[in-house]
Design a protein around this ligand. Structure first.
Ligand SMILES: [Zn+2]
Ligand SMILES: [Zn+2]
Length: 99
């Protein structure tokens, strides 16, 4: 941990549609690279966008000054979780370059 303020270090923009997204490796074993929207979803929205191939992530923050971290929503996840829940970013436009 450093005392340096990480302004703009976590947030990034999608190169295709310029939406604010967070890209992160999630998990310690068989980590998954996730690009998630930073827009929090209501429970109804989460239900509407949930698909087998589209996961909902918990945007966990240890404190108001900590950078957000995506974490799995497991069966033991608290139903009254106070962290925003977000979903994978999906572009409305096709990216021109794939990495
Ligand atoms: Zn949560
Ligand atoms: Zn995009």
């Amino acid at each position: 941990m450093t005392g340096r303020r990480a302004t703009g270090a976590v947030d990034s923009r999608c190169p295709s549609c310029a939406a604010l997204v967070l890209t992160q490796w999630v998990g310690t074993v068989a980590a998954l690279k996730v690009t998630a929207n930073l827009q929090p979803l209501t429970p109804a929205e989460q239900h509407a966008v949930r698909e087998p191939n589209r996961l909902i992530w918990c945007l966990y923050r240890a404190s108001a000054h900590s950078p957000p971290r995506l974490r799995w929503i497991t069966a033991s996840h608290p139903p009254g979780c106070r962290h925003p829940h977000v979903t994978e970013h999906r572009c409305t436009t096709e990216p021109h370059t794939l990495f």
